[in-house]
Design a protein around this ligand. Structure first.
Ligand code: PEP
Length: 219
């Protein structure tokens, strides 16, 4: 399974800073690394168009993810961004069901389920369902990383649970870890067979750290 590294920039960086970081990351990545590892950046909605323009103009292989999507298709929903609008921007992935949105913005399973449907309608890969992310809440942004035994145990459990469901696709489903991934722990985590990649928050805002995390995957 091709591994994937997703940089979740959260509520950081304006579009000019985003372009700079994209260019730094692209410059520092080994040539053609994207043939072996999917590299995905998730900036704020306001930066998606600018980054997408740089990616298409410079023919970069880095892919984009949104950090969220509306549960609605269209209509009078002020401030929302739809899956159709994201699809038109060539956005390949979208993070849904992130614990920060659940705890700080009151998102529940019903809302997330609607969001999932909107993404699938537009063939955008949800980072949650089709890519299953194990993110212990206590490990997000805290510098505390889960133990290797814990990661193996939870991903193994999740894989067994999901693989019995009708929507499970062995070829396409990836199981990733997120929670204080850094260059100090990425080699051990990312080279586990059961780990198909990582969702990286804080460390993805630093191009050196992000590229080191990518480079810690043994090809
Ligand atoms: C995240 O945003 O999902 C995350 C794992 O953040 P951090 O790497 O900062 O813990």
């Amino acid at each position: 399974m091709k591994k994937i590294i997703i940089g979740n920039w959260k509520l950081n960086l304006d579009h000019l800073q985003g372009i700079q970081l994209l260019q730094k990351i692209n410059y520092s990545l080994p040539k053609d690394v994207e043939e072996n590892i999917d590299i995905v950046l998730a900036p704020s909605h306001t930066s998606l168009r600018s980054l997408q323009t740089v990616i298409s103009t410079d023919k970069l292989k880095i892919k984009l993810s949104s950090q969220d999507v509306s549960m609605y298709k269209e209509g009078a929903y002020t401030g929302e961004v739809s899956s159709t609008q994201l699809e038109k921007l060539d956005i390949s992935y979208s993070i849904i069901g992130h614990s920060e949105r659940r705890t700080l913005l009151n998102e529940n399973d019903e809302i997330i389920n609607q969001k999932l449907k909107r993404l699938l309608e537009q063939r955008i890969t949800p980072i949650f369902e089709i890519i299953f992310a194990y993110e212990p809440i206590w490990a997000i942004g805290t510098g505390q990383v889960a133990t290797i035994e814990n990661i193996i145990e939870v991903l193994d459990f999740t894989k067994n649970l999901i693989s019995s469901k009708s929507f499970y696709d062995q070829e396409k489903s990836r199981f990733i870890y997120g929670g204080s991934v850094s260059p100090d722990n990425s080699e051990e985590i990312l080279n586990l067979n059961i780990v198909d990649g990582a969702l990286v928050g804080g460390a993805s805002l630093d191009s050196d750290k992000f590229v080191k995390i990518v480079n810690s995957i043994k090809l």
